[in-house]
Design a binder for this molecule. Structure first.
Ligand code: G
Ligand code: G
Ligand code: MN
Length: 394
């Protein structure tokens, strides 16, 4: 049997893990997710041959997830599971099949391990789309493809909230780019930023994203004091006009430059510290804030770091995501918070996935937090509703 990969979406982690164990015991690789955001990320990156989807999830609509799967042209074999009655499951199966999805069958909860094994063993040989066909055809990110996408304005910014640890108040949003490709579906930045950099198109891409996100900020979906963080590529740090360009854009939309935080990574700031110092100084002189992203993963000289005019430091998510499990990660976070505060910087932690970690960060005096516990990156037109709901619950 060809290599089978099962991706599970079930809002109950224990159920998702149980399905995963049964699959693995049957020789199928499995990954469990509990949120649609995680699920679609894995879908794009891991390209499962099979998908197990819970239909009834509070706060998330399994039918909507199926519609999106159809939009992506998902070719994986889909197993629909749920505690609802068989008739509802069957209606869902028919609707999914009408959307062109490749349905392996339905699994009514509670289910027997054997029923799941039978559905996994069925690779749909009779169907037009064999299970080992990857979900998204290998899509090559070429310079021409990037140029076309820039012309067609296929790059869309999403916004991930950032809160104050101590009060839970919304402090700002990080702009994260996504590429909505008409055939390949949703592409995440790791798939195309390196190519945009090497083909010399990163400047134009950054320009479009700045226009888009500043316009969004000016429209007022975010609270009026909220900051907007923008990621700058290492390549952009050699472009001395960038500061003027962003400044002009602020003027166009009547945005106070102090509301913008420009994020650069530790390694890119250290690549050419002299040029970086020039550009970063110009940014600060124009009133922008500067953040040192992914801190703790690069190899920077402490001296260079102190010389560069940062206002914030972001603890890399690899430490934060593992804080509740690893004493080592907690020790690293504690040292970074102390270092940042010692240098007079605000410290933000990204990758906060559980309450225990947020409590720990708060006990250290860490200023800001960002992560799936709070929210994932949201489309611009969903932010106002998220803010209202967040403010109502804190
Ligand atoms: O959510 P996520 O997969 O979006 O982001 C992955 C990486 O892509 C992060 O390291 C982030 O810094 C980078 N990234 C996201 N948006 C942008 C952008 O607009 N410009 C640049 N240069 N990098 C970005
Ligand atoms: O710019 P930077 O490398 O810091 O980009 C942040 C990245 O982290 C993005 O890819 C974003 O989607 C991702 N991210 C944000 N919050 C979390 C989280 O809580 N857990 C995980 N695993 N990733 C996160
Ligand atoms: Mn970032």
């Amino acid at each position: 049997m060809p290599c089978r990969r099962l991706l599970i979406l079930d809002d109950e982690l224990a159920v998702a893990q149980t399905i995963g164990f049964i699959a693995e015991a049957a020789g199928v690789e499995a990954r469990a997710t509990v949120q649609a955001h995680e699920f679609f990320r894995e879908l794009a990156q891991w390209q499962p041959t099979h998908v197990a989807l819970d239909l009834m999830m509070p706060g998330m609509d399994g039918v909507e997830v199926m519609r999106q799967l159809a939009d992506y042209g998902c070719r994986a074999r889909i197993i629909i599971s749920s505690g609802v009655g068989l008739r509802v499951l069957d209606a869902a199966r028919r609707s999914a099949a009408e959307h062109g999805l490749n349905i392996a069958g339905v699994l009514s909860k509670p289910f027997a391990a054997a029923a799941l094994r039978a559905l996994l063993a069925d690779t749909g040989a009779a169907s037009a789309a064999p299970a080992d066909v990857p979900l998204v055809a290998a899509f090559e990110v070429t310079e021409a493809a990037l140029r076309r996408a820039l012309e067609q304005r296929e790059f869309r910014v999403e916004y991930q909230p950032k809160i104050e640890c101590a009060t839970g108040a919304v402090a700002g949003f990080e702009a994260l780019v996504r590429w909505h490709h008409p055939d390949a579906g949703l592409l995440l930045p790791d798939r195309f930023i390196p190519q945009a950099e090497s083909s010399g198109l990163i400047g134009e891409l950054t320009g479009q994203l700045i226009d888009q996100s500043l316009k969004w900020l000016a429209q007022g979906a975010a609270p009026s004091h909220a900051c907007l963080s923008l990621n700058l590529s290492a390549r952009s740090l050699g472009e001395l006009q960038l500061a003027d360009r962003i400044f002009d854009c602020c003027r166009q939309w009547a945005i106070d430059p102090q509301r913008l935080i420009l994020e650069v990574t530790e390694s890119s700031a250290m690549e050419d510290p002299t040029t970086a110092l020039d550009l970063l100084t110009r940014f600060r002189m124009k009133g922008f804030q500067l953040s040192l992203d992914d801190f703790g993963t690069g190899y920077s000289s402490m001296v260079q770091l102190v010389r560069l005019p940062f206002s914030e430091m972001k603890v890399d998510k690899s430490f934060v995501m593992t804080a509740s499990l690893s004493q080592e990660s907690r020790t690293i976070i504690k040292s970074i918070v102390e270092l940042g505060h010692g240098l007079g910087l605000k410290v933000a932690a990204e990758g906060v996935e559980d309450q225990q970690t947020l409590d720990y960060l708060n006990s250290l005096g860490c200023d800001l937090a960002q992560g799936y516990l709070i929210a994932c990156a949201l489309p611009g037109d969903e932010v106002a509703a998220w803010v209202a709901q967040w403010q109502g619950s804190t």
